[in-house]
Write a protein that binds this ligand. Structure first.
Ligand code: DP6
Length: 350
């Protein structure tokens, strides 16, 4: 017999960034809280099918049909944790009965598929680990809720914990050394602010040179600005951002999102040796948006950049999104090599 579960999880984009771990443990515990929006599953998402069968000889995983190694510590942490929460499963029709104890002796096969280029620097690990943990949780009849599952996904990749929920999500850094209180909570669901439209301008689909994991390690070791950011700036910004989301206050949301992206990249520059994630095209996009926002009575678009040059642009409504695309096409005509493509999330927060 084979028992299977399929799940789909979208990626998320942080508007108040996570950057820096507070220790070297494999638990992945951040130096500050962060807030993200989860994208529409039709756009950037991972689909995972997880299967268990007594004939499987070892845990195996395929990503977009190519087998990948499961030997990494992060995969092992997630698999170990989720197995430790597994419960009895019974499928009377198929005559299958798996007890809690059986799970440690049974092997898993995992088929994972991204509907976007994996190496495009578009937060594939966030959707990937969230989906893995969620699908395994369903297969193994794990009783923990999304928040508790998020603490397991966190051990795969920090930002993954925020993809267990739709809408606006906060990753609460927590205080406990064992990480039990470092988990995601939903601030507002996907219907709360559905005017927003996310446009991702793909500046480069090359894999980033400095991974988030090693980049943030170097920042923690060398940047003084990070201490100031984590202790003085982010705690206040988190409260202001929660209020902006609650009130659907786009001017405040936009101001905080852009400022936090810029400070995150400033902290990268303050790292020794400095880390450059944005390039000239990213900087041009910032100038275009800043100039446009200033020429209007109220901001139309917010920008944010993760650990790469691609721009995530959040338009206040569909009209602003249409005007944004028009502007981008004007500054980066299809013949230009600077922008590869746009991924447009219609009604994108889900
Ligand atoms: C810039 O979650 O990829 O996207 O925990 O080491 O796997 P690890 O890092 P990761 O870092 C994401 C950093 C970011 C900001 C964010 O998503 O909050």
């Amino acid at each position: 017999w084979v028992l299977m579960v399929t799940a789909q999880t979208p990626t998320n984009i942080a508007v108040i960034k996570y950057w820096g771990k507070r220790d070297d443990s494999t638990l992945i515990l951040p130096v500050n809280d962060s807030i993200s929006v989860t994208l529409d599953p039709n756009h950037l998402c991972t689909t995972n099918t997880v299967a268990v069968s007594p004939i499987f000889q070892q845990d195996r995983m395929w990503l977009n049909a190519n087998e990948i190694s499961l030997s990494g510590g992060r995969f092992q942490s997630c698999l170990r944790e989720i197995r430790s929460h597994a419960c009895d499963v019974e499928d009377k029709k198929k005559g299958i009965k798996i007890t809690k104890e059986d799970w440690s002796k049974l092997y898993l096969h995992i088929a994972s598929y991204n509907n976007f280029p994996t190496a495009a620097g578009l937060a594939s690990s966030a959707a990937g680990f969230a989906c893995l943990v969620y699908a395994l949780g369903k297969l193994m009849n794990v009783k923990e809720d999304e928040s508790q599952l998020s603490a397991i996904a966190r051990q795969g990749s920090g930002s993954a914990c925020r993809s267990l929920y739709g809408g606006f999500v906060k990753w609460v850094m927590g205080k406990e050394e064992n990480g039990s209180d470092s988990l995601a909570v939903q601030l507002a669901d996907e219907k709360h602010w559905d005017d927003l439209v996310i446009v991702i301008a793909v500046v480069s689909s090359r894999q980033k040179e400095t991974s988030s994991t090693s980049g943030m390690r170097e920042t923690v070791e060398t940047s003084l600005l990070l201490q100031h950011r984590a202790k003085e700036v982010v705690p206040k910004r988190i409260l202001q951002m929660e209020q902006a989301i609650r009130n659907r206050d786009f001017p405040s949301f936009s101001r905080l999102t852009c400022a936090d992206s810029n400070q995150f990249h400033a902290v990268c520059l303050d790292t020794s040796p400095p880390i450059f994630y944005m390039n000239d095209t990213s900087h041009r996009i910032i100038s275009i948006v800043e100039k446009w926002n200033r020429s209007e009575e109220a901001p139309q678009v917010a920008y944010t950049f993760d650990a790469g040059p691609n721009a995530v642009l959040i338009a206040r409504d569909r009209k602003a999104a249409a005007l944004l695309i028009q502007r981008l096409l004007y500054y980066f005509p299809p013949s230009s090599d600077d922008l590869n493509s746009y991924i447009i999330g219609d009604n994108s927060i889900a």
